[in-house]
Design a protein around this ligand. Sequence first.
Ligand SMILES: [Zn+2]
Ligand SMILES: [Zn+2]
Length: 169
Amino acid sequence: MSEKIKGFAALTKGATLTPFTYDPPTLKENELRIDISLCGICGSDIHAIDDDYSVFDFPFIPGHEVVGVISEVGSGIPASRIGERVGVGWQARACGHCEWCLKGEVQLCLDVGNNGTWTPYGGFSTSIVVQDEFAYPLPEDLPSEHAAVLLCAGLTVFTALSRYYSPAA
Ligand SMILES: [Zn+2]
Ligand SMILES: [Zn+2]
């Protein structure tokens, strides 16, 4: 892929979003490229644009309630997944070797600066690249605009649900 990715970025802290293009990231073995059809907006996007968390680089493209279609796969992923509709939330990757990743709790990965969907740029774009395990296949009967808003709220309550809900108990 050589065409530039188009997005809307805050060029500096607190700036109004403006058209911005960048070179497409090269896919690693376990990564997917997703052509974005829809992206929700969350309060955290506004905090990020305003740099309230002090962890973002500018220019910054927000967007972490992403729905799209897999358009390219890394060498470790079957090409048959191209065309699949998926959703992506706040997290796009995990380091795989910190104490939480090794426990299988990748949502707590300590590599916070690098594992967000905004790295290098977020979902207010024509496409993003994410690790396979953070692209969730969506049920056919779930409309994209409904799925998108679940991808942040759902992630927010994931730990509580996984810890306290056990169908076998
Ligand atoms: Zn980790
Ligand atoms: Zn959010």
